[in-house]
Design a protein around this ligand. Sequence first.
Ligand code: ADP
Length: 363
Amino acid sequence: MNQHFSAETQYTPPADAAAPQEDVVRLVDLKRRFGATAALDGVSLTVRKGEILGIIGRSGAGKSTLIRCLNGLERPDSGQVIVEGRDIARLGERELQPLRRRIGMIFQHFNLLSAKTVEDNVALPLKIEGRSKAERLARAAELLDLVGLSEKAKAYPASLSGGQKQRVGIARALAARPALLLSDEATSALDPETTRSILALLRDINRRLDLTILLITHEMEVIRSIADRVAVIDAGRIVEQGPVWSVFADPRSAITKSLLGGIRPQLPEEIAARLSQSAGPEAVLRVDIAGEIARQPLLSDLATTVPGSFRLIHGGIDHVQQQPVASLFLGIPADAGHVKQVLDFLKGRGARAEVVGYVSDND
Ligand code: ADP
């Protein structure tokens, strides 16, 4: 461990890094194979200053490989990993060290040192930088205050709850004032209530410190709670990305739809099981609306514009990033002309609408 502070090991971001629309991280066509497996198959992605970007994917999608490329533990076969304007994929180990410290990490299992007190854990990155003890302790106190754990400074990790351990992890990750906080499944080992409080803390720190956060997860609920933008990774490729509310409102890829499965309203199982794909007396429509149109009286307009009855079978309105995102299931008489009229009306108003099947009775 290098305890001596030296100019060589201190990294100062280049002076031109303060461009208005600064990207903290830029991945360009990143590729990494393991034998026949393309763990990363041309990933391009930017993390903008001050945003929370969530990367979501199933197990085996390439998330860990991406993280390892980002913190320099893995060399990509090709492509660029640009952190604050410098391509770390090309740097030698010695040059990489100070750049690595520009990324603070938090982990699923916290990775605290059990033999060290909370404040010493938090101050560890500063010790590695060779900072004085007084400076380390002052910074640790400041950070423990930030995460609401001042009274635990002298405690050992074993005496802390999971949520408290993660707060220490967050404080430690921020000690060296990183450009990016990288969260690797940081709430996956926590219960739902603790998860909420840790995510709220991350959101709060993001806003107060304008801290850029890259959050890796397999849980859409985590993305929905705090991310500004989301990128979906599957088989080493980014298959979809955009503002969280718009991806929630209009998921394009099968994998995104599947990851959203538990969050977006679905037809109740007993109705879904009775759906037939051949025409029956009642057509079941799935109608998805979001943003401005979800604030309008769409159903009453439908009732007054298109003659004929409809019934609401199922549905829900959610709010994602303060935007309404709604999915409704309507039952309408299955007359082909009528179905077309209803679909035309809904699409004309900006909704997404499709017939998902037919049912033979009204229960
Ligand atoms: P995730 O973190 O999303 O679960 P990974 O990045 O760990 O995905 O893995 C992506 C793919 O690359 C998987 O098919 C995995 O088996 C493969 N892989 C990752 N690391 C290695 C390795 N060191 N050797 C061989 N295959 C690997």
